[in-house]
Design a protein around this ligand. Sequence first.
Ligand code: NAP
Length: 330
Amino acid sequence: MWTYHKLCSSNARLDNKVVVITGANTGIGKETARDFYRRGARVILACRNMEKARNAVKDIKNNPFLSTDNEQYKSQLGDLAIYSLDLCSLKSVRECAKKLLTSESAIHILVNNAGIMMSPHKKTEDGFELQLQSNHLGHFLLTLLLLPKMQSSAPGCRIVNVSSLAHVFGKIHFNDMNLDRSYGALKAYAQSKLANILFTKELAHQLKEAGINGINVYSLHPGVVRTELGRYYNRTIIPGATFFYYHIMRPFIKSSVQGAQTTIHCAVDKKVANETGLYYSECRVTRPQWRARDDQMAKDLWDHTCRLLHLEPDTNFSTFLQTVSHQLAN
Ligand SMILES: NC(=O)c1ccc[n+]([C@@H]2O[C@H](COP(=O)([O-])OP(=O)(O)OC[C@H]3O[C@@H](n4cnc5c(N)ncnc54)[C@H](OP(=O)(O)O)[C@@H]3O)[C@@H](O)[C@H]2O)c1
């Protein structure tokens, strides 16, 4: 039962900052966008459903403030823009990155928030299991493609990967990442969320080794939150599970505003400005399960992911980024 909702206490402003949030048309992503808009940022909602994205923008513009906001918040609002992004299509990820790189003068914060949970077994157009691609592979590629722009926007840049406590059930199935041999909806979700934490750890390590300063990386569990994430529960748990989650559990789980707080904390709070590669929950550093703390596993997942995406890993991270960018240009 959830009795505790830690709120981000930072009053930091984001004037003149550009923020990209994936899956920002609903749930935690939308509330994160609303918060950054109030802080003065140019907020880019990278979404696959344009109609939902337009409705989200309308809602945020009409209702930017929370009843709990202090006067400090009620100054200059930011700006909202929508970009098309379907993480289940690597072509769409590349196109979105290309547009962001050409149209935006800077990117200071990237929030890899979009996700699906416990979907039925299905493959994407690229041949990957749905949760693996939408939650891990798509964000991995998007991040690499946007990194050069973030490098030129540094210092003070942050990459925030929204993971989940469900990673504790996870294992990286290196020999069967798509889980073709034994698919389980929770098994696939947990693997993808463990991958988010390992990616955070290894990316922070790679940036440090390459001497690239001013870009910090964070992963987090947002809490158990009342959002659209339970859309597949009826099909993959038992009929009635979605009703149980949304109605019976309702008083015990977080609202989307509460669920966005740890993301916001990692993205803006000055207290974490010197931290990178760590995992957070309730706005503080938390210890993830042992696999998520394993340096070798983080490195192995990085290399394996590169192979899946046909990217040649390079011992020199800067050269690697250049190669990835060249692929985009061609
Ligand atoms: N809610 C929780 O209790 C909870 C707990 C732990 C972790 N999380 C994590 O929090 C994050 C946000 O989830 P949420 O709870 O806010 O769920 P949500 O309300 O279902 O929102 C998920 C967002 O991701 C988008 N999305 C899904 N697949 C996509 C794709 N292929 N390309 C682009 N966008 C895609 C959805 O877009 P559409 O509207 O177009 O589907 C939606 O905007 C997820 O990463 C989730 O794993 C949530």
